[in-house]
Design a protein around this ligand. Structure first.
Ligand code: GUN
Ligand code: ZN
Length: 431
């Protein structure tokens, strides 16, 4: 197999720009390159040196376009693609009015596969190469998503969403059936090719303590799996959790009491946290996932990036489609910036780009494998055109450094900015 050399502007990181001074850990080459061999990254650096050292490599020159790792969307719901941008409700009413009726349809494997295909094509068109998705209670919905990802060579995370109360007839399983179906699915899919299984209790309000216990036991028996759920998204949700679990110290404790708090746990939203919850997340090494377009769209609140990062809690970034209002991680970064502004702590473009790539990858325990241009990582790449629309182009021509050149695309860019995507060292052809 011949080596492939991609040339363009390149940005890469030697560390976490939210944990250390971003100036110290960011590397930029205005004439750089990324060398690919057998689906992996072999080297990243200056174009001239890579050309000289690898004269046989097949070259694709992207000019001034920016070569980045593919984006990593650390929390989304592929079954909600068909009802994204549904108007005017807050979380619980939004779930009952829009989400549950749509999720009811995923017992049909053909419908599930069609929605999985649409979602993955939209993700790739937006430069996203890995997604962590909730499915529905139907095992067919999980199989459909993993099969659609496998057909494209995409590394994804997914799991059967488990609910045994406070959901309509047709969308409820039981503690035993949730356990057994999840077990069968993880045995079929976890670490098959690039697939990762996440044990997926939807959130405490839709699971009995018995179901949470069964999920905790399954995770204890398969500790290499991830576990994904939701935590403290809206204040009325938290009040409901308090009523449903009177003996729990707080929302996180409803998971902790049942063996569902751990290092490989992923807690979506995590906005309205008690000090004890923050302490426990920090002590256990669990990750939280920031879903900014969802938090503004459903009216949930302002995530405390600075406070949680200061405690060393890993944070991923995510669209949360269809509570989120966009498939684009560019739009998601823009929303994260805006939420930072409203809190008085704006994120630097380097920090936004890191969160959308390596930050999410680390939250998913895939650091070094995806979301990075470091040698050995999968060659999943997103090539960004930094002048994709007239509005962006007129602004970026005045840029005096790479940050001024890329920030207009973060704030105003969409799928038109995605020039090309590579998956496991293969150029992705547009559907
Ligand atoms: N909490 C429980 N389920 C969901 C969901 O589907 N979307 C969002 N945003 N929050 C949830
Ligand atoms: Zn969600």
């Amino acid at each position: 197999m011949t080596d492939i050399l991609l040339l363009g502007q390149v940005l890469w990181f030697d560390g976490d720009p939210l944990a250390e001074a971003w100036q110290r850990v960011c590397r930029h080459s205005s004439r750089g390159g990324v060398l690919l061999r057998e689906g992996r990254i072999l080297a990243t650096g200056e174009a001239d040196a890579l050309r000289r050292d690898h004269p046989q490599a097949e070259v694709t020159d992207y000019g001034d376009a920016l070569i980045l790792p593919g984006f990593v969307d650390a929390h989304m719901h592929y079954p909600q693609t068909g009802m994204i941008a549904s108007w005017g409700k807050r979380l619980i009413d939004w779930l009952n009015s829009y989400t549950f009726p749509e999720e009811m349809r995923f017992g049909d494997p053909a419908y599930a596969r069609a929605q999985a295909d649409v979602t993955l094509e939209l993700a790739l068109a937006n430069g996203t190469t890995t997604l962590a998705s909730f499915c529905t209670i139907h095992p067919e919905s999980v199989t459909a998503f993993f099969e659609a990802a496998e057909a494209r060579g995409m590394g994804v995370v997914a799991g059967k969403t488990c609910m045994d109360r406070n959901a309509p007839e047709g969308l409820r399983d039981t503690p035993q059936s949730a356990h057994d179906a999840s077990k069968a699915l993880l045995e079929a899919w976890h670490r098959r090719g690039r697939a990762t299984y996440a044990i997926t209790p939807r959130f405490s309000p839709t699971s009995t303590p018995e179901q949470l216990e069964a999920m905790g036991a399954l995770w204890a028996a398969h500790p290499d799996c991830l576990m994904q759920t939701h935590l403290s998204e809206q204040t009325d949700e938290i009040a409901w959790v308090r009523d449903l679990f009177p003996s729990a110290r707080d929302y996180l404790d409803t998971y902790e009491q049942h063996g569902l708090l751990g290092e490989r746990g992923l807690y979506g939203h995590a906005i309205h946290l008690e000090p004890r919850e923050i302490d426990r997340l920090a002590e256990t090494g669990a990750a939280v996932v920031h879903c900014p377009t969802s938090n503004t769209f459903i009216g949930s609140g302002l995530f405390d990036m600075e406070g949680l990062k200061a405690r060393g809690i890993p944070v991923g970034l995510a669209t949360d489609t269809g509570g989120g209002s966009s498939f684009s991680m560019l739009r998601t970064m823009a929303a994260a910036y805006e939420i930072g502004q409203l809190r008085g702590t704006p994120l630097h473009p380097s920090q936004l780009l890191w969160l959308a790539t390596e930050g999410s990858a680390r939250a998913l325990h895939m650091g070094g494998q995806i979301g990075t241009l470091t040698p050995g990582a999968h060659a999943d790449l997103c090539i960004l055109d930094l002048a994709s629309t007239p509005a962006i182009a007129q602004r970026s021509t005045r840029a005096e450094d790479i940050w001024e050149a890329v920030f207009p695309t973060i704030m105003m860019g969409d799928d038109r900015a995605v020039r090309e995507v590579w998956l496991s060292g293969q150029r992705v052809s547009r559907a």
